[in-house]
Design a protein around this ligand. Structure first.
Ligand code: ATP
Length: 594
């Protein structure tokens, strides 16, 4: 499901999709519109004032002429003042709108994207989303911020200028209109081409940044395999491809500009030549010709600007379309309209029931990752899940957190179907200690506080003490205020796990999901992590994907999974005595601290 290819082609009408974002700012649009009208009116008044100045001022003689010249110069200056104020006001309002609307769109897209289920991120690279948020929204900013006002202003100037041309000379205007009509066709033709190319060019940029994003996140791997050269090469190819597509667009755009200016000015020069003949023949005054020339310049300028704006607007239409596609993606996992609430929490944790769960990942419709799996976990119980790689242990956790819904079967938490719970309530009731802890680029205090944002410093420190993390954090250069670095590069594996455990303790959920790290720890770290886990499991129901002997020995029950099914259930001793899959696994897989 690549959302880029699912919608019909973009056209300017796509820009309508922006309306919901513009709607809250009706008052600002009105003010901008008024400033625009005043500025266009002032521009259109200038040629008329000029004509008066020439015919009545220069043409007449004596003191009357001086009075006229003074009056018309004063009027011209007045018009210029109005033009200056109205133009500045328009620029201010319109730029404000552009920035405001873009900020709103960025926020809305991000809000939407962070709520997508993992299925979305399986098919969409984060770099692509980032490119939408930056490049595409910048294009929209250009349109809302300038192009709309340019388009309106030039349409007004074009229409007003045209009317005034006819008022000045019907004959010359008729000729010029016929010529201008012949100009519009090539402009429309090239305009189409530019639009298609601009979408291609943005796709190429998104490709390049998606690739860069992935590689930058994997720099140690790239360097370990000494593939820096290859990766730079791949990126350069990708950038070159973006360049070539951009060049195709720029060439088309240049042709558009060339054709538009050449044809428009060619037509105007020809008509002026006719006008000059008319003045010499006494059929027109000099002032009228000057007025005609100025209006013709305004009309031609308006056409030129409109063709530019059209190009911009078409690029923005492409960008809008892509953002709207992103906004239209609905997460398959939603909270129900009328959510049920969990019963009051019991003192020793939650009851978890899985009934006949069958699940396959959306991208793998043919292979079931879980098959008719049933399990009841009592409050306070600790159940260890073991099994060979690919057995479906992590998948089980994903379903409990409702990152995916099973195709068949039912999961209940304290008797409530988890699909009937608000996603927020469900996930608030579950703590997770993942195999690979995410450490955010913040200090230790904030990293632990991620478990419960409103926790006080004292609560954070208590959680850290219970998770056996207090001592090592205290020994960091700035204690709890030490910056842990992007992705926690400054912590050891065991330390990161203890941070994760402290987070879960702080959250204090009735159900804890623990994914033990597969990597072996030294005896001291192992002892500390085990101590932390003991604290974490107390007073709650725990499901742990176990890789350590100490963990399975402490579990109330061990569930052995293979190929998405539960194949054995028992205690460590009983399963070893059984001599089945578990006995084999135990011999091979469990870490005993050395
Ligand atoms: P390990 O101990 O190696 O982590 P596991 O028991 O946790 O293994 P799962 O990650 O649950 O195994 O995987 C179960 C099956 O589902 C595997 O065959 C795996 O290839 C498949 N699988 C896991 N994640 C996805 C996914 N996002 N899309 C498609 N298939 C997946």
């Amino acid at each position: 499901m690549s959302f880029a290819s699912t919608l019909p082609k973009s056209s300017l009408s796509t820009l309508k999709g922006l309306l919901p974002f513009l709607a809250p700012y009706k008052r600002e649009f009105l003010l901008a519109g008024i400033a625009l009208l005043v500025a266009a009116g002032a521009t259109l008044a200038i040629p008329y004032a000029f004509r008066q100045m020439i015919d009545l001022g220069f043409g007449a003689t004596g003191s009357k002429s001086i009075r006229h010249v003074n009056t018309y110069f004063l009027a011209l200056f007045g018009v210029a003042c109005i033009l200056a104020i109205a133009t500045a006001a328009r620029f201010y309002m319109v730029s404000w709108l552009g920035e405001r609307v873009t900020a709103d769109i960025r926020g809305a897209v991000y809000w939407h994207v962070v709520r997508q289920s993992p299925q979305f991120f399986e098919t969409t690279q984060s770099g692509e989303v980032l490119s939408r948020l930056t490049t595409d929204t910048t294009l929209i900013q250009a349109v809302v911020g300038t192009s709309i006002s340019m388009a309106l202003r030039n349409t007004l100037l074009f229409m007003g200028g045209l009317v005034m041309l006819f008022v000045t000379s019907i004959k010359l205007s008729s000729i010029i209109i016929v010529l201008l009509a012949a100009v519009v066709l090539p402009i429309v033709f090239f305009g189409r081409r530019v639009r298609k190319l601009s979408r291609d060019s943005q796709d190429r940029i998104a490709d390049a940044s998606a690739m860069a994003g992935e590689i930058l996140n994997a720099i140690p791997t790239v360097q370990a395999f000494t593939h820096e050269g290859m990766e730079s090469g791949r990126f350069t190819d990708s950038v070159e491809s973006a360049f070539n597509t951009a060049m195709a667009r720029i060439r088309a755009r240049s042709m558009l500009t060339l054709a538009a200016i050449f044809l428009v000015f060619g037509a105007i020069v020809f008509v002026l030549w006719l006008g000059a003949q008319a003045v010499m023949g006494g059929r027109m005054t000099g002032g009228e010709l000057a007025q005609f020339i100025l209006y013709a310049v305004i009309v031609a300028g308006a056409i030129g600007a409109l063709s530019e704006v059209l190009g911009e607007a078409q690029r923005a239409a492409g960008a809008t379309e892509r953002l709207l596609e992103l906004m239209a993606v609905r997460s398959p996992i939603q909270s129900p309209e009328l959510a049920q609430v969990l019963p009051a929490r019991s003192h020793n944790g939650a009851t978890l029931v899985l009934q006949e769960i069958t699940f396959h990942y959306p991208s793998r419709p043919l292979t079931a990752s879980l098959c008719r799996l049933s399990l009841v976990v009592q409050p306070g119980e600790t159940v260890a899940v073991v099994g060979p790689s690919g057995a479906g242990k992590t998948t089980l956790f994903q379903l409990l957190l409702r990152f995916y819904d099973p195709q068949h079967g039912l999961i209940t938490l304290d008797g409530v179907d988890i699909r009937q719970l608000d996603l927020h309530d469900l996930r608030a009731a579950i703590g997770i200690v993942p195999q690979d802890t995410v450490i955010f680029s913040a200090n230790a205090l904030e990293n632990i506080r991620y478990g419960r944002i409103d926790a006080t410093d004292a609560e954070v420190i208590t959680a850290a003490k219970m998770a056996a993390a207090h001592e090592f954090i205290e020994n960091l250069p700035q204690g709890y205020l030490s910056f842990l670095g992007e992705r926690g590069v400054r912590l050891s594996g065991g330390q990161r796990q203890r941070i994760a455990i402290a987070r879960a303790l702080l959250k204090n959920p009735p159900l804890l999901l623990l994914d033990e790290a597969t990597s072996a720890l030294d005896a001291e770290s192992e002892r500390l992590v085990q101590r932390a886990l003991e604290a974490a499991m107390a007073g709650r129901t725990t499901l742990v994907i176990a890789h350590r002997l100490a963990t399975v020995q402490r579990a109330d029950r061990i569930v052995v999974m293979e190929n998405g099914e539960i194949v054995e259930v028992g205690t460590h001793a009983s399963l070893i005595a059984l001599g089945g899959i578990y006995a084999n696994l135990a011999a091979l897989q469990f870490h005993t601290p050395g």
